[in-house]
Design a protein around this ligand. Structure first.
Ligand code: FAD
Length: 296
């Protein structure tokens, strides 16, 4: 099923996982997927290392298994700057024969040690190419606080409109920790005619190092409340994990109250986090029954 169809009937809840490193057996990811089974996500997306840092071929294998062995809709990420047209063609054929219908079409992060191929400069070039060469459902990335290379959020939004007009069916945001950026971004996107579903990407905090890495990579703002929480629990890993889960749940509840189209959870391949968040919010998505009724 094409993921854009799911938004027509419900608020979407999806998960993101990444393939194991080259040195790790692929079986590891199947154990993670086994543990995620009780969650009932609308789809699971699988990342793809743009600069050759991950085992790229395993993205297709895992996306295929999610769909064909686990019976869950899957999305294969596809960053294009280090690929040429024949390379993308080959990947499209592989996805098609595996029955994977959904692609997250990306430019990919620039790796200073690698020379980009010349066929695709922006994700919108890849979107146009896939539109001409298949009937995939296409997803695009977007940035509530602006992409870190864009001169301004207004410029980034104009570029996003080009990407959506090239044929994107739904969008997923980069992580953010302050929902007000998401609301303002969504309003501005709608105002310029971006009318596809926008899923909010939520990343629960595992530890301070992970967040510092994300901030330097993505340039997202950390609200005071969030910094205070990290400072309080940075030396207590168990407390930090639970505080991070509580913060993510709080973000999700607020987003659902503001009629978000969907939540995309960056699981970091950690089933404990995904299960806790699902348990706290599944009733709000309408995917689980309340275990008690206090309305009588
Ligand atoms: P684009 O949409 O091409 O935008 C990149 C920059 O170019 C932006 O600054 C934009 O404003 C500008 N731009 C776009 N079009 C034009 C134009 N026509 N003229 C001028 N400027 C333009 N990376 C991976 O390597 N693998 C993954 O699996 C992966 N998964 C991701 C999942 C999500 C949900 C998100 C949000 C990001 C993911 N990324 C992944 C990271 C992503 O590849 C980077 O953020 C990358 O730097 C930008 O990719 P993009 O597809 O948004 O690029």
């Amino acid at each position: 099923m094409k993921t854009s169809e799911i938004f027509k009937t419900k608020t979407v809840f999806s998960l993101e996982i990444f393939p194991p490193k080259r040195t790790t057996s692929i079986e590891v990811i199947y154990r993670t997927l086994d543990e995620l089974q009780g969650i009932n996500p609308d789809f699971i997306s699988v990342t793809y290392g743009a600069g050759g840092s991950e085992a790229n071929s395993t993205t297709l294998e895992i996306a295929s298994s999610i769909k064909n062995n686990y019976g869950i809709e899957s999305v294969a990420h596809l960053p294009c700057i280090y690929l040429d047209k024949p390379g993308v063609h080959k990947i499209l054929r592989g996805l098609q024969s595996a029955g994977v219908e959904n692609i997250l079409a990306l430019r990919g992060d620039v790796n200073p040690d690698l020379e980009p191929k010349k066929d695709f400069r922006y994700a919108s070039d890849l979107v146009s190419f896939i539109r001409e060469n298949g009937s995939f459902n296409l997803i695009g990335a977007c940035y509530p606080e602006g992409h870190n290379e864009a001169p301004s959020l207004a410029d980034d939004l104009r570029n996003l409109k080009i990407k959506v007009d090239a044929g994107v069916d739904h969008l997923i945001t980069q992580l953010f920790f302050d929902n007000s950026y998401f609301y303002s971004f969504r309003e501005r996107a709608r105002a310029i005619g971006i009318d596809v579903p926008i899923e909010a990407g939520i990343m629960p905090v595992l530890n301070k190092k992970q967040i510092e890495r994300m901030v330097s990579l993505c340039g997202v703002n950390l609200p005071r409340k969030f910094i205070t929480m990290m400072e309080k629990y940075e030396n207590n890993p168990a407390a930090m994990l639970d505080a991070g889960i509580a913060y993510a749940v709080d973000q999700i509840v607020d987003l659902l109250a503001h009629d978000v189209d969907g939540i995309h959870l960056y699981t970091m391949n950690n089933p404990y986090i995904a299960q806790k968040i699902y348990a706290a919010t599944s009733v709000l998505f309408g995917t689980a029954q309340r275990s008690y009724d206090n309305t009588a």
